[in-house]
Design a protein around this ligand. Sequence first.
Ligand SMILES: [Fe+2]
Length: 515
Amino acid sequence: MSASRVRLAELLATLSLATEAATTGSVADLGLKSAIFSVNLGVEIGLSDDGLRDAFYLALLQYIGCTGDADIAAAVMGDEVGFGGEFQGIDFGDPFVALTALLGYVRRGKSIGRQIGVVMQTLLSLPKMAGVTRTHCELADRLAENLDVGDRVRHGLTQVFERWNGKGMPNRVRGSAIDLPVRVVLVAETAVFAARLGGVDTMRTVLRERSGKAIDPEIAARAAAKGEELLASLNVTSTWDAALALEPQPFRWLEGDAIDRALRAMSAFADLKSLYTRGHSVGVSDLAGAAAVKLGLASNDVTALRRAGLVHDIGRPSVSTGIWDKAGPLTETEWERVRMHSYIGERVLSRSPALADVAAMASLAHERLDGSGYHRRLPSAGVGMAARILAAADTYQAMIEDRAHRPARSADDAANELLGEARAGRLDGDAVHALLASTGHAERPRAPRPSGLSDREVDVLRLLALGLTNKEIATKLGISPKTVSVHLEHMYEKIGVTTRGAASLFAMQNDLLRR
Ligand SMILES: [Fe+2]
């Protein structure tokens, strides 16, 4: 998105998909459906235009604080994303319901002895969990400040975990002291989740059960009375289009710096998922932008690349913090989850037309030119220059940050490793050199080639050392087999193919392979 003007609702709807992935591990449009239901229900109860807009924004942003407490949630539940996906829609505000779900989940598949230990540990962790909602709301408010949604919505975000009976969190606000748009959203969310499980009948049952406890009884009764009609509004081909069409006019737009501030808030949402990645995406964005300028990319592309840097890890929260922050080696299954975060991120970003070019770049951040990256394993031909720069920036930025399994590398060590990745054909050489030039690493004088070999002869020698035939070498390098033979002849001449020469050739091959 190099656009200078973007509709705010599009970014909020994207965040809604991202928070859904963060809380359940998948993207199923339930936030968008809640927004549609909220506006239609708001119309039913005579909410003002401002109230409808607030309810619309609140339904989309309800869970944006969820990554702020992911480490505590992961410590208690193990896989907090799996837990969220499995128990989505239950009344977490009811302590009995929440505890039953939690204990059932954390004990699953464990021996009796281990189950007792887990129950004890969970019960001891519960006081910590009580502070989680406050953290959640505080983070939501901080992020919302940069999203230009207005003070009323920010205030509403501090109330989305309150309950009609005053037994909610974090401030035990009761009844009509809870803002009206918040009460509408809480009824809408309850209705949408329940209807998904069993249609309009289940929806009415759940609304009745929670009426006067979790949710406003009058609004719940209105939703139940208009159940068929309200659910019919969710039966659309594109929930994205239907939700965006329901935002009350006039639409709000972000321009210039406001777009970048909003995207930085999205990056903070993603990076807070792990203790080790705070500020990561802003770092990637800055590095990629500086390298792109060095390489002379057009200013539109530089802007899009900076923005892609900010959102390239938007799928990170869909993977448990327990995996990101694991100190030991990852299992194959855990690696699978890690690779999935790139795919989920692409699904989250690809719905918004305004983010189309950013999504295309961001989804390639983890690819490698030899096809060893993820999630598409695209070889070099499928990866443009902007995405190559992004991959180099992401790799470098990660290297200079601590990770659970290793300390941060020094800038020099990171630069050397990055050069090694370029030599190995995984990262683009031009992108790496531009990035290192922009970080102030002097261009290193290249070590002289042994025996005066040319760059091309070294390329041939490397592939020969890997056991490739002349024909295979020719294909790899895009030259004819005859040219390979000529290179080999020159090379042997320079080295001298005697017994000693062959030994030195062998040593040299090993040396080159190590570089
Ligand atoms: Fe990253």
